[in-house]
Design a protein around this ligand. Structure first.
Ligand code: ADP
Ligand code: MG
Length: 734
């Protein structure tokens, strides 16, 4: 058996018991896992700061000193005084008190790593990381790796030192066996060191340059394979899936276009061109359209649908909620008026009576465009020739829906003479098998999937988009229609509520409407928004009584469909002055007359969610406001996020900042699934430039050798087959 595949328990000094502990705590099972388990930082002997020069503005410092005294201030508060000959400093622990009390005996020397701060006019560090002092490394380099660890590991005797020892033995056994994963031509082109060298130096760097080179190589490898895997899927799919060819633009498109009350923005025009090129090229389109709230995605969707219709196909537009579907339908019908295109609405609450003619119209093709919810892809719905599906707000669209959608594509037959696919008419179904007929090439009718356009208003940093949507083509509307007014954003505390109510009354007196949004609260994974929003509703009713002519609507997750629709409609139609709700209104709802967005407990929302909510106002001609109300106990980080909201309206900037502040794993939209792949060393937040480099490298490799069959690319195929870079969750996006 190879060393790499063998169990860590056979390493000297491990054994079954420690092995079990390591497996459980670190998910490290084999030698191969172990040598790919990297330090997360390095102790640098040359960078120990004398206590006298520690100042609170330093981000992190490392001091080495002798314990002078340790004082248990309470069972949850340990204070340790340390000195290093230049000065004294206090180390404070509120966790692991007993463990630290025991080991930090007076007289012992330790390395402390942490963030210095000022407390009572003195500098201290709270919860510094504590390590054994650096021994003389006899010229072997001054950097020692620090591995992620847990209390249990330390208690089980697997200390930092043990880990270093284990890594040394594992490397000695495994490095000779470790195969290069990148071909020479790539290593040379990007100036990357070999894999064994990089692994050796990521654990035991000879100096900081070696560490940088090793880390660059390992990050590149990770990002490169991630992109290679994504792009390969895309290539395979685009070759495997026959696409419907839509050569014309058609009269409906022109009729709609010519009647538009405004000119398309440059970005809208560009995106429509991209879509046209996609649908006419013969392979299936899978395109993600990203555009901030209000950037005019609907128009692009409608014009795309009209292209499909102009080529004899049908199109559907699917919205995540019933309210949105209705709103889309109402808007779209206006655009369609000059075209003569037949359009219908199909949702969960379409009655049986309405349903029958509607389904018949879809099956015989007399309905050319249908707008709706998930009902559009449910079983009884059959299309004569669905050519394009537009999905608005992708994140609520899952794997099974995608599969269902593909099945809705038209039945096509390959026509030998013209060399193209042609629709099989409904009367001809079921398909006639041509197999076995003498002299005829075996051809079967097959469902050709419709082209797919996914639209999202959630701005995602480019690096994330390249990863989450790495297998889709990306179009971006990066330009707002002219005339949008900036939304003035304010941050207030709950003590300012009376003033805010006064302001709301003034706006209402001027004929405007107001959103008041409460966060959804989850308790035990169950949605418990109700108490919160209902309390809020009571408060608003008190401040805006019916007797004074105020009308308040309320929408939340626990209402049935009918209640929701009724309340939403009251607000959309302008009958209610105020809409109190949870985030159900987050996506898409268009009420141009609403000029104020109040967000309660704003600190509980993520940045992109706040951005989405704010996008609900500022859609009309009036000056609009977004009032973020924070609760008294808002933390520092949350405060920063809210301040950022006040500072900018640029969705992409907000998304970038959000990712920097919280790391990519915490971004909304990704939260449910986490990152789709495990990255060991690269970071989507910090390694954006390298990601671009890795992606273009992967692109070039696949352009030259799409199936990776060239001998020089054999190692790449081998590495991909290990499945490490398979995308866990990519289907949840389209
Ligand atoms: P979103 O991208 O958020 O779906 P919409 O498609 O709802 O945005 O468009 C927002 C508003 O902008 C709509 O009222 C729409 O009529 C208007 N709009 C779209 N395109 C343009 C344009 N090129 N010029 C002016 N207004 C536009
Ligand atoms: Mg929209």
């Amino acid at each position: 058996m190879s060393e790499l595949a063998s169990d860590i328990q056979y390493l000297p000094g491990v054994g079954p018991k420690r092995a079990a502990l390591i497996k459980k705590e670190l998910d490290v099972h084999t030698m191969d896992d172990l040598i790919h388990f990297y330090p997360f930082r390095y102790l640098d002997r040359s960078s120990i700061t004398p206590i006298v020069s520690v100042t609170p503005d330093l981000a992190y410092v490392q001091v080495q000193g002798r314990v002078v005294s340790r004082n248990l201030i309470s069972i949850k508060h340990l204070s340790v005084i340390v000195e290093d000959g230049t000065g004294r400093m206090e180390m404070v622990f509120f966790k692991g008190v007993k463990w630290n009390f025991d080991r930090l005996a007076p007289g012992s020397v330790w390395l402390f790593f942490g963030k210095p701060q000022v407390y009572n006019d003195r500098i201290n560090m709270v919860h510094p990381e504590v390590d054994a002092p650096q021994q003389d490394t006899s010229g072997k380099g001054t950097l020692t790796g620090v591995y992620p660890s847990t209390e249990k590991l330390k208690a089980g005797g697997v200390t930092g030192k043990t880990m270093c020892k284990l890594q040394r033995s594992a490397l000695a056994l495994c490095l000779p066996e470790l195969r290069e994963t990148l071909p020479d031509y790539i290593l040379m082109k990007y100036g990357l060191p070999s894999l064994p060298w990089a692994i050796q130096n990521i654990h035991f760097p000879s100096d900081s340059h070696a560490l940088a080179a090793a880390s660059r190589r390992l990050k590149f490898e990770e990002l490169f394979f991630l992109q290679l895997s994504l792009l390969k899927q895309k290539y395979v799919r685009s070759r495997a899936s026959q696409g419907l060819v839509m050569k014309h633009v058609g009269p409906a498109f022109h009729a709609c276009y010519n009647a538009l009350p405004y000119a398309l923005t440059g970005a809208q025009q560009r995106v429509i061109k991209e879509i046209r090129a996609d649908v006419s090229c013969g392979s299936q389109m899978n395109r993600l359209l990203q555009g901030d709230v209000g950037s005019g995605k609907t128009m692009v969707a409608v014009l795309s649908c009209l292209i499909a219709i102009g080529n004899g196909y049908q199109a559907c537009i699917m919205a995540p909620t019933e309210v949105l579907a209705q709103q889309h339908f109402a808007n779209i019908q206006k655009y369609l008026a000059p075209t003569g295109v037949q359009c219908a609405l199909l949702t969960g609450s379409t009655t049986q009576k309405e349903r029958r003619p509607l389904l018949a119209g879809l099956a015989d093709g007399s309905i050319q465009l249908v707008v709706g919810t998930h009902a559009l892809i449910e079983e009884p719905v059959r299309y004569k020739a669905l050519g394009l599906a537009v999905i608005d707000e992708q994140h609520r669209f899952g794997v099974s829906q995608r599969a269902a959608l593909w099945q809705k594509g038209p039945l096509m037959r390959f026509d030998q003479r013209s060399g193209a696919w042609a629709p099989v008419s409904v009367s001809e179904r079921p398909a006639i098998p041509l197999e076995g007929v003498q002299g005829v090439r075996t051809v079967r009718d097959q469902n050709v999937p419709p082209h797919i356009l996914v639209m999202t208003a959630t701005p995602i940093p480019r690096t994330l988009a390249m990863t989450f949507y790495g297998d889709l083509d990306l179009s971006v509307i990066d330009e707002m229609p002219p005339g949008r007014k900036p939304v003035q954003t304010m941050l207030i505390g709950t003590n300012k509520l009376p003033a805010m109510y006064r302001f709301m009354r003034e706006e209402i007196a001027r004929g405007r409407q107001v959103f008041v949004v409460y966060p959804m609260i989850f308790i035990n994974e169950k949605m418990e928004d109700i108490s919160n929003v209902e309390q809020g509703y009571e408060d608003i009713l008190k401040a805006f009584p019916l007797e004074e002519g105020y009308k308040v609507a309320i929408v939340h997750g626990q209402q049935n469909n009918e209640q929701k629709l009724f309340n939403m409609k009251a607000f959309v139609d302008g009958r209610a002055h105020i809409l109190v709700s949870t985030t159900v209104i987050e996506v898409g709802v268009d009420v141009p007359n609403a000029s104020v967005m109040v967000i309660r407990s704003a600190q509980r929302f993520g940045l992109s969610q706040l951005h989405q909510l704010r996008g609900r106002v500022g859609r009309g001609a009036e000056k609009s406001y977004c009032i973020l109300v924070k609760d008294p106990k808002t933390g520092k980080e949350a405060q920063q996020r809210l301040e950022l909201m006040c500072a900018t309206e640029d969705g992409f900037e907000i998304a970038e900042q959000d990712m920097k502040m919280r790391g990519p794993g915490d971004l909304e939209g990704t939260q449910q699934s986490g990152l789709p792949v495990d990255l060991h060393i690269a970071s989507l937040a910090r390694d954006g430039a390298m990601l671009e480099e890795a992606r273009s490298c992967a692109q070039r490799v696949l352009n030259a050798d799409p199936a990776l069959t060239e001998p020089r690319n054999a190692v790449l195929l081998q590495e991909l087959r290990k499945g490490k870079y398979d995308f866990k969750n990519y289907s949840n996006i389209s």
